[in-house]
Design a protein around this ligand. Sequence first.
Ligand code: GH3
Ligand code: MG
Ligand code: MG
Ligand code: MG
Length: 311
Amino acid sequence: FYPSVDPGQLIEKIETYTHGNTVEPYRVLVLDDSRAQAKFMENVLTRAGMKAHIITEPMQIIRALDEFSPEIIVLDMYMPGCTGMEIARVIRQQDRLHSVPIIYLSAEDDVSKQLHAMSLGGDDFLTKPIDPKHLIATIHNRGRRARSLLALMIRDSLTGLFNHTHTLHLLDQEIVKARQRDQPLCFAMLDIDHFKKINDTYGHPIGDRVLRSLSMFLKQRLRKTDHIGRYGGEEFALILPGTRESDAKNVINEIRERFAELLQPAGAQEFNVTFSCGVAAWNGENAQALCERADRALYEAKRLGRNNVVS
Ligand code: GH3
Ligand code: MG
Ligand code: MG
Ligand code: MG
């Protein structure tokens, strides 16, 4: 039933409103045991400007989730040895995949069975034969909402920097890359000096503005490939891929000196803010151990009198 319509024709129209601008293509994972259906899906998705990863055996799902890291998952219902429902249940058990939309695509037309499948973690139930326009529109809408939700989930709302959880996730990823590429990596923990006093003297809103001011400052001065996170209240984490310890220290010291010169306005008054920083060069250890070393270096920087960078 599938290739009765020429996908190319209708997809071109869809493209104009879904991918008119330069959005990263949605990564869509499709599991369907029918090779013909799989091929059809690949064709439809690719022509709609999406990145399709097609698998035809349920056993391949674990690896595909890991390596392809899909943003949307399309599941067939009936396959040898396994149902789409079972797959959905497994996916939903993983925190990391909690908000990834799951769309069933099946010939099953018994509504009670469809609802049962949805109750196990599916977001939509589409029936075959599917109109490609309908399929693409569903995937696109689900994908767009999942993306905007994710964007909120990984950022800190005050500064717009990555939040604590995502920063640690990025650190894990960068450690994997550094190992694969045999490249250096530095992690730095940065903490504003006497921040409590700033809040007490000028008020909490001014304190918040200092946090935003430092965030902007860091964003402007670090590389595109670096990651900046708000690790805690007035603590920031810097992940510097491809950077050696001495270079990291130099860059951060330069930022420290410049930031300390900035005058922070508070009504008719102005004041200066400094920070201390601990840097640790990755030496093959895991993320937790690396963080602990940076934290110890930060503690040392505070102990030595603040407004300095220690490795
Ligand atoms: P040190 O130099 O040793 O780091 O001293 P400190 O005062 O900076 O450190 P301390 O941990 O004693 O105080 C941190 C303060 O940061 C206390 C807390 O109220 C404040 N803080 C945490 N989060 C925020 C925030 O989002 N906004 C504001 N304005 N203040 C915050
Ligand atoms: Mg099937
Ligand atoms: Mg602190
Ligand atoms: Mg502090």
